[in-house]
Design a protein around this ligand. Structure first.
Ligand SMILES: N[C@@H](CCC(=O)N[C@@H](CS)C(=O)NCC(=O)O)C(=O)O
Length: 230
């Protein structure tokens, strides 16, 4: 049987945005093929790709019946809605669904958007700029404190996940994906001391079979390097 969809994405480094889409697919038992011929520098510039995905960015996906979709948040939503675990992933009622969206938005716009330039400076993909680094780190830390405070409350109630429920939702997957490169390259052991609940939650989440399959073992940098050679 043809896979539910094909994902076009970079395979060079575990791609944080793609991880959550693939983990969502695991929960819903949907097969997503990752296109092996995709080259992040050339494929998005081809006329065939641009005809389907006019922004010329990645990740993007095409379903078996030819439905083309871009934007990670939309793809994760679509895959979450398309299987039996939709209520676990997206919420059972309007308030729970809204809370899950709240955490997805915080993950994307407050954590990942600020973390990305920090790791890009380490990769040399952005020029080193101390002022920018401080600004982005301050903004990311503000969101990480919010996450830590929330998880403290969750744990006090004897629960495990971002939004009430026995199983992780798209909120957990989105926050984890937003921190994935941060933990790998920037948020080192010293910095992690301020976020014990976040670390416990992250490790617990990555033990869940459907998550482990795509995220792998937690990779956490000991001491932040001056630069990272990919
Ligand atoms: N808003 C998009 C952003 C996608 C995006 O910026 N992707 C990067 C790679 S992670 C890209 O395509 N960069 C190449 C370019 O900007 O041309 C999403 O969340 O999926």
């Amino acid at each position: 049987m043809a896979p539910f969809a094909t994902l076009y994405t970079s395979r060079a480094l575990k791609h944080a945005k793609s991880l959550k889409i693939l983990a969502v697919a695991n929960f819903n038992n949907l097969e997503i093929a990752v296109d092996e011929t995709f080259d992040m520098f050339t494929t998005p510039k081809t006329p065939e790709y641009l005809a389907k995905f006019p922004m010329g960015k990645y990740p993007v996906m095409e379903t078996a019946d030819g439905f083309c979709l871009a934007e990670t948040a939309a793809m994760a939503f679509f895959v979450a809605e398309s299987g039996p675990k939709r209520e676990q992933l997206l919420g059972v009622d309007v308030k729970q669904r809204a809370l899950i969206q709240q955490w997805i938005s915080l993950a994307d716009s407050e954590v990942f958007a600020n973390c990305l330039p920090l790791v890009l400076q380490l990769f040399g993909a952005l020029p080193k700029d101390e002022k920018v680094r401080m600004e982005k780190e301050t903004a990311m830390v503000r969101a990480m404190r919010r996450i830590e405070g929330h998880l403290k409350g969750v744990r006090k109630e004897g629960k495990r996940w971002f939004v009430d429920g026995e199983e992780p939702s798209l909120a957990d997957l989105s926050v984890a994906a937003s921190l994935f490169w941060g933990f790998m390259f920037y948020i080192d052991e010293e910095m992690r001391k301020d976020y014990p609940e976040t670390i416990k939650w992250y490790r617990t989440l990555l033990e869940v079979e459907e998550v482990k399959k795509t995220f792998g073992e937690p990779e956490m940098v000991q001491v932040r390097p001056e630069s990272v050679k990919l």
